[in-house]
Design a protein around this ligand. Structure first.
Ligand SMILES: NC(=O)c1ccc[n+]([C@@H]2O[C@H](COP(=O)([O-])OP(=O)(O)OC[C@H]3O[C@@H](n4cnc5c(N)ncnc54)[C@H](OP(=O)(O)O)[C@@H]3O)[C@@H](O)[C@H]2O)c1
Length: 249
């Protein structure tokens, strides 16, 4: 898939952070980007920016936890773009707390969005790639999908699940359907992710991190995605572990 001109991508979590940066990057490379999230105002703003830069974007209202919402958005994208060549499963949240705080609603939201949501979008988009015998799936895991950290236990569990699912998916659909699967595993990225943390101590700890090192930007992750997409068709970048140079852990 070295030439991306005219390809169609579905990007979840496109209303901010890594998803928005990747949408801009892929649109610049000639990809029609289906930008999906719940905050429509943010998606409309992004679409305007992409169009001002000469790209093409399709706004998709999507709650990844709602399979009907996912199916409707995918149908809308395929109606306008004819297929899906690239799926970026990126929507996620990280409301951190210690397990013995029993923030059970937040645990469930992480499982529903980070894991089940990713399965919903994969189920809805993959048949189009299988039908055309080509495609590329990117899943946003994390450094928390490689190691476990105290205070991030449930988040780590969801991201380990994303890492495991990505590897199994790669084995099942690579040779059989000619579809590449890349698991993206960033360290700290400067986005809105920490705003979801309701625990004041955990929130402060994450904010303090910003003073200790230079975070990655969403665009840094977008660049790695473009690199994997532009690799020759026989090359599958299976995992991409992208760290701030100053992140010591
Ligand atoms: N920032 C980091 O340090 C870091 C490091 C490693 C991995 N990650 C992962 O990177 C991914 C992107 O996060 P980010 O850092 O870019 O944070 P972000 O700016 O907070 O973006 C999160 C995105 O997820 C979307 N989202 C949340 N719940 C959703 C739902 N139910 N349905 C659809 N979309 C939903 C949000 O859109 P709406 O609210 O508009 O729906 C938003 O666009 C996440 O999977 C995160 O776990 C982040």
């Amino acid at each position: 898939m070295a030439n991306l001109e005219g390809k169609v991508a579905l990007i979840t979590g496109a209303s901010s952070g890594i998803g928005a940066a990747t949408a801009r990057k892929l649109a610049n490379a000639g990809v029609t980007v289906g930008i999906a999230a719940r905050r429509l105002d943010r998606l409309e703003e992004l679409k305007s920016q992409i169009e001002e830069d000469g790209g093409k974007a399709i706004v998709l209202e999507m709650d990844v936890t709602d399979i009907k919402s996912v199916e409707n958005a995918v149908a809308h994208l395929v109606a306008e773009g004819t297929t899906i060549d690239i799926l970026f499963n990126n929507a996620g949240l990280m409301p951190l707390s210690e397990v013995d705080d029993f923030k059970i609603d937040e645990w469930h939201r992480m499982v529903d969005v980070n894991m089940k949501g990713l399965l919903n979008t994969t189920a809805a988009a993959l048949p189009y790639m299988i039908a055309q015998k080509s495609g590329h799936v990117f899943n946003t895991s994390s450094i928390a999908g490689r190691k476990v950290f105290k205070g991030l236990t449930v988040y780590c569990a969801t991201k380990h699940a994303v890492t495991a699912f990505s590897d199994g998916l790669r084995m099942e659909i690579g040779k059989k359907h000619n579809i590449r699967v890349t698991c993206i595993q960033p360290g700290a990225v400067s986005t809105e992710l920490y705003e979801q943390i309701s625990d004041p101590v955990a929130r402060q700890q994450m904010e303090d991190l910003r003073k200790q090192m230079t975070f990655l930007e969403g665009e840094d992750i977008a660049n790695t995605i473009l690199y994997a997409l532009e690799a020759p068709a026989h090359v599958n970048m299976a995992e991409m572990f992208i760290m701030p140079t100053q992140q010591e852990w």
